[in-house]
Design a protein around this ligand. Structure first.
Ligand SMILES: NC(=O)c1ccc[n+]([C@@H]2O[C@H](COP(=O)([O-])OP(=O)(O)OC[C@H]3O[C@@H](n4cnc5c(N)ncnc54)[C@H](OP(=O)(O)O)[C@@H]3O)[C@@H](O)[C@H]2O)c1
Length: 241
């Protein structure tokens, strides 16, 4: 049953990496965390591990590229809790290093299916539940590589991943358009960039820990009513779009 003073957070792709760490931190702050995972067994294992830490964690089967699972997840959250307070659109994939000129539409379509359309599907399905929250928070896991301002500086080094980088630029655009629709309400909708974090996404080449990377995500997921909306942030503050 829903408890009015408890907060319910759904994190997509929460079975490992930044999603798992975000779930752990939000759980330790007293939220019920819904561990979204496309592989139900992996989600169950992570939820079990988090429960052993004293966290109220529940697995939710959710493949962001499969709208049937997204809709089923929304139905399950509604039946179990009646509302959602926090949505962290964390699930994401990246292509191997390949020059822009060698990137095929098929590769880009796969990346966009998760990083862009997956976020639209999940957000669209969860918005009716978020509207029932007194203080809804949405955090989209973006990247500095999605910054058009950085890409536009042709003289500065910038890792060239056509599909991934442009998918995160598109994701930032989603953040702005949702934030505009909900401006003046209690919603806070922002993009976060965690820095270069050692996870499976980059073969653990990242220079930051998941604890460091998840800090800005947790901050934006727990903003007070005077917090920003429609922004792009890292640990140190606003990031150029
Ligand atoms: N690591 C970095 O340096 C970095 C920097 C900037 C932004 N980010 C962003 O941070 C987010 C998390 O990345 P990470 O570094 O933690 O990567 P990760 O360890 O590879 O975790 C990615 C998570 O997304 C899940 N996922 C992938 N496709 C999915 C789908 N279709 N449906 C549901 N879940 C799916 C994965 O599930 P499986 O286990 O089933 O594959 C996994 O749980 C991503 O959006 C990424 O772009 C990361």
């Amino acid at each position: 049953m829903t408890k009015p003073d408890r907060r319910y957070a759904l994190i997509t792709g929460a079975n490992k990496g930044l999603g798992r760490e975000t779930a752990r931190r939000l759980g330790q702050m007293g939220m019920t965390v819904l561990v979204g995972a496309r592989d139900a067994a992996r989600g169950g294992t992570t939820a079990d591990e988090l429960r052993r830490l004293g966290i109220d964690a529940r697995p939710v089967h959710l493949d962001v590229t499969d709208e049937a699972t997204v809709r089923a997840a929304a139905t399950a959250v509604e039946e179990d809790f009646g509302r959602l307070d926090v949505l962290v659109n964390n699930a994401g994939i990246v292509e191997d290093d390949v020059d822009p000129s060698a990137t095929t539409a098929s590769l880009a379509r796969d990346i966009y299916a998760t990083n862009v359309f997956g976020v639209i599907a999940t957000t669209h399905a969860m918005l009716p539940l978020l509207r029932r929250s007194p203080a809804p928070r949405v955090v989209n896991l973006s990247s500095r590589l999605g910054s058009l301002a950085k890409a536009a500086d042709l003289s500065s080094p910038h890792r060239q991943l056509l599909a991934y980088n442009s998918s995160k630029a598109a994701l930032n655009s989603l953040t702005l358009h949702y934030a505009r629709e909900f401006a003046g309400t209690t919603f806070k909708i922002n993009s976060a960039t965690p820095g270069y974090v050692a996870t499976d996404l980059n073969g653990h080449q990242g220079t930051r820990t998941v604890e460091e990377g998840a800090r800005i995500v947790v901050h934006l997921a727990t903003l007070g009513e005077d917090g920003p909306t429609g922004g792009f942030f890292d640990d140190e503050g606003p990031v150029a779009w």
